[in-house]
Design a protein around this ligand. Structure first.
Ligand code: ATP
Length: 904
């Protein structure tokens, strides 16, 4: 009775011991990962670390030795199913100690609670087993003696490990409790969160890239994802672990899961069913094949055909092909993938376009585009998790179950062992190949530059006769590229070789076992055939699983980029209560407005402007004074820091930005166009405009004839940002766009700075027409262009220092009059050389502000204008407030007209 109780206890502990250890290790490891528990993750001293590593290795080796002794015992006794519980104990113990050894080896900051738990549990179960049984009595004496020696030595190592581990664990716990009060840093002191050894953040997000880099001793190549990874780690720490981290991704759920689209929901359902059927077929196909073989063997020589078995096998094979379930699955997968692709693209684009100007002026365009285009990675992540990794794990569990059913647990042990080894080797190699691949790509880019730059700069190369030099550089770089490519490929081949060797080792062991069972008539031949067929379907999931870690890490980085973009909020977002603007007249008011781009420097101070409906307000003043900024506030590119801006009494912060920008038309300082035809660019302002309306707008902007003179007329492409057009043409096209838009409020920011005076005159007339009945804001450095304004504001250092009409400001003898006389004196200086003798130039300049002199001067100049223009073509003004001399000369003729039409 006592004997049978102790046998039962022994059996229970043989099975339960290693399983408890495995369960504990997995649970605590996942728990640490999910909660990012850091208090017990301290870098151990080198010596302590080595001590533990050697101890774990010793225990692992002792189990391996035990395993060999048991195999020998089974072999020599020819009793196949001897001590299954003992074999299980030894096998799983070797497995857990092997895995902890690998994991301990991979990190210098172990999660002590995980390891110490395993050691203590191992120690307890070994003590119980040893005290209950001791070496088996059936065992020959020499084997019994060896097992005893191994067990005793293992026990002593386990004792050391457990005691030392517990001591270290408590010591760490105590010190972390002291720190606990102010446990703000989730990464313990001394551990740099960027240390690759920090297993929590490295294993999953693929920071092994750096790890690999160190292993390789490669020269540090710039990691293009460095910034994203750093922010990812910060977020991981802020969220307190992977659970919180992953939770943030839930914002994408509406773009991935079709809450409102029944059709796509159905497709997801069909995919789920297909995946289930596929899992079943993975087992059923080889099983049916085995059965067919068995029946065929039985019917051999009888002339009968096993129709039923054959039919079942053919049916399963058909279902498991791209004419069966796989076809349905792929069909639905393509459709659900497109659903999320469209949703993510749309949402990310809309989000970026809705962000305020402060984001757009600071953005890194490359990163931004990556975030939008790689947002698809999010979809890949879901695909990978749901349609690849999960089915693969199910496949592996099924494989273990099926092979146990087909033969026994020993074949399943082989599958488990090779799966772990295969995936581990795969991950290690993929990680170590990342720096090689990065280096190879970097050199590839260098080669590309060395190829394209000399071709693009052919003339420079020819001028300096440097063709040979360029060729040598290219050959050198190409050589390096080839070497880098070979190193990368060789590493890849090595990894393939090792992985296939592992698979072969597993296949050989499993088939040997199967052949043995068939040879002793323990199993039918069909089981062997089924095993070999099934083996083929097992290697696919294994290699996918090994690669998927790298893919998950890459997709996470890309999705992180998109998440960070989505987390960027617009500083000028519409209020939930915002309504569309209701413009009755277009009365614009700035009331006590303050603004700054940066808190440390105020850009606008106490701006008060009253622009009644239909009036023209002009801004003049030194460059950088804040003129453009004032008008950017009106467009609500930024929000005011103090005060308010209203249009017809409505605060622009209370109305939708879309409706606001609908009523405002802008001709910017530096217009840019899309690389489309001129017609399309102009129609961009009003998509439904007819060709005739576009022609009219172009005529008003004095560009129609010019466009007609282009070989392709209105169908001419303008190049990127409009580079194929001259500055003046670009400006006039952009003016035509605004004329076509017919906005209620008009902003002209240096709108005619790049056109000659004759054209400017035409455009000014168009503007006069356009601004009739519209509130117009004009920024101009050429004062002659704003003389007609109803109100002129002189802006200096972010303040309005003067205001009034042209005449009022001239008479007040302030800044404006100063600016006026500066421009005038420059003009006059240009003219003085050409003045006939009787003129007293000094008197002329001193008498600034008197328009009669301008009229006189202009009349005088009209005779000599042509010669001046040509003589001053390449001269430019040194003072920013003074326009270039060639422009001024052009103004001479124009001044005449302006004076004629100036307000009384
Ligand atoms: N996005 C920005 N971020 C930070 N500072 C800016 C930004 N845009 C403009 N500034 C600064 O604000 C000040 C006012 O610039 P603004 O463009 O309004 O001047 P401006 O009077 O229109 O000049 P200009 O006549 O040369 O166009 C300048 O000192 C400029 O450097």
């Amino acid at each position: 009775m006592v004997n049978s109780t102790s046998t039962a206890t022994l059996k229970a502990f043989n099975y339960a011991g290693p399983f408890l250890s495995i369960a504990y290790f997995i649970f605590s490891y996942v728990f640490n990962l999910v909660t990012l528990r850091e208090e017990d993750k301290r870098p151990s001293k080198k010596i302590t670390y080595r001590f533990f590593l050697w101890c774990i290795l010793a225990v692992f080796c002792s189990y391996v030795a035990d395993g060999f002794l048991l195999t020998y015992q089974v072999w020599s006794s020819r009793h196949y199913s001897i001590a299954k519980d003992e074999v299980t104990h030894v096998y799983f113990s070797a497995l857990i100690w092997g895995c902890t050894c690998m994991s301990f080896f991979d990190t210098s900051t172990p999660s002590w609670n995980s390891y110490v738990g395993v050691w203590v549990l191992g120690f307890i179960s070994e003590i119980v087993i040893f005290s209950t049984a001791g070496p088996s009595p059936k065992t020959p004496l020499n084997i019994r003696y060896s097992i005893l020696v191994i067990t005793v030595s293992r026990l002593s190592v386990l004792t050391m490990l457990s005691v030392a581990g517990v001591a270290i664990f408590w010591q760490i716990k105590k010190s972390s409790d002291n720190v606990d009060e102010e446990r703000q840093p989730l990464i313990s002191a001394g551990v740099d969160p960027r240390t690759p050894d920090n297993s929590c953040s490295t294993t999953v997000v693929g920071d092994g890239e750096e790890e690999g880099g160190e292993e390789e001793g490669e020269e540090e190549d710039e990691d293009p994802e460095k910034d994203v990874k750093q922010r990812q780690r910060q977020r991981l720490e802020q969220r307190g672990g992977w659970l919180g981290y992953i939770k943030d991704f839930l914002v994408f759920l509406p773009y991935i899961w079709p809450f409102k689209d029944r059709k796509v929901q159905m497709q997801y359902g069909v995919i789920g069913v297909c995946l289930l059927i596929e899992r079943g077929l993975n087992v059923l196909v080889p099983h049916a094949y085995g059965k067919l073989t068995n029946t065929l063997a039985e019917l051999s020589g009888t002339g009968k055909i096993p129709w039923a078995e054959l039919g079942v096998w053919i049916l399963f094979r058909y279902l498991d092909s791209y004419a069966g379930i796989l076809l349905v699955n792929s069909y639905c997968e393509a459709r659900v993938a497109q659903f999320s692709y469209k949703q993510i693209q749309k949402a990310s684009f809309a989000h970026v376009m809705g962000l305020s100007m402060d984001f757009h002026v600071n953005k890194n365009s490359g990163e931004l585009m990556k975030a939008i285009t790689q947002g698809y990675a999010l979809n890949g992540l879901v695909d990978l998790a749901l349609f690849t990794i999960l089915p693969m794990l199910v496949d592996l569990v099924l494989a273990v179950g099926y092979l146990t059913y087909l033969f026994d647990i020993y074949v399943a042990y082989i599958v488990i062992t090779i799966s772990i080894a295969y995936v581990w080797v795969g991950i290690k190699f993929t990680t170590s190949m990342i720096p090689l691949r990065r280096k190879y790509h970097k050199i590839g880019r260098d080669v590309y530059v060395l190829q394209t730059e000399p071709v693009n700069n052919w003339q420079t190369v020819a001028y300096f006769n440097r063709a040979q030099y360029q060729e040598d550089r290219l050959v050198d770089a190409a050589e390096k590229e080839c070497n880098a490519s070979l190193r990368y490929r060789d590493r890849f081949l090595l990894s393939m070789a090792i992985q296939f060797f592992i698979i072969m080792l597993g296949l050989v062991s499993a088939t040997l076992l199967a052949i043995y069972r068939v040879s002793i008539a323990d199993k039918p031949i069909g089981s062997f055939v089924a095993l070999v067929t099934f083996w083929g379907s097992l290697t696919g999931p294994l290699s996918n699983l090994a690669n998927s870690f790298n893919l998950v890490s890459r997709n996470l980085i890309s999705a992180e980029r998109l998440l960070q973009l989505f987390n960027t909020k617009s500083s000028t977002a519409d209020k939930p209560t915002a309504r569309d603007i209701d413009v009755t007249g277009g009365h614009v008011k700035f009331e006590d407005v303050d603004f700054s781009y940066d808190e440390r420097k105020q850009t606008l101070k106490n701006i008060n402007i009253d622009a009644p409906s239909g009036k023209t307000i002009a801004f003049v003043g030194e460059t950088g004074g804040g003129k453009s900024t004032t008008l950017k506030l009106l467009l609500r590119f930024y929000d005011v820091k103090r005060g308010r801006i209203t249009i017809d009494g409505q605060d622009i912060r209370d109305i939708t930005q879309s409706s606001l920008r609908n009523v405002i038309g802008v001709v910017p300082q530096d217009p840019s166009l899309f690389n489309m035809s001129i017609m399309e660019n102009i129609r961009y302002a009003r998509l439904e405009a007819t060709d005739e309306e576009v022609f009219e707008a172009c005529k008003a902007a004095a560009i129609h004839n010019k466009i007609l003179s282009f070989p392709d007329g209105y169908r001419s492409k303008v190049g990127e940002r409009g580079v194929k057009l001259s500055g003046g043409e670009l400006q006039r096209v952009s003016i035509a766009r605004v004329i076509l838009k017919q906005p209620r409020v008009l902003i002209l920011d240096e709108a005619t700075s790049a056109v000659d005076s004759a054209t400017e005159n035409e455009i000014q007339n168009a503007f006069k027409e356009l601004s009739k009945g519209r509130t117009t804001f004009v920024i101009a450095h050429r004062l002659s262009t704003i003389m007609y304004a109803d109100l002129i504001l002189v802006v200096e250092n972010g303040e309005i220092v003067e205001r009034g009409t042209h005449n009022e400001l001239l008479n007040s003898d302030g800044k404006y009059s100063d600016l006026w006389s500066k421009q005038l004196s420059t003009k006059t200086r240009v003219k003085i050389d050409n003045l006939p003798e009787p003129y007293d130039s000094k008197a002329l300049i001193a008498d600034r502000g008197d328009e009669s002199h301008l009229v006189e001067l202009s009349r005088e100049m009209s005779g000599t204008e042509g010669s001046n223009q040509s003589s001053s073509q390449s001269v430019s003004a040194s003072d920013d407030t003074n326009p270039p001399i060639d422009t001024i000369v052009e103004e001479e003729a124009e001044t005449n007209k302006v004076v004629d039409s100036s307000p009384p």
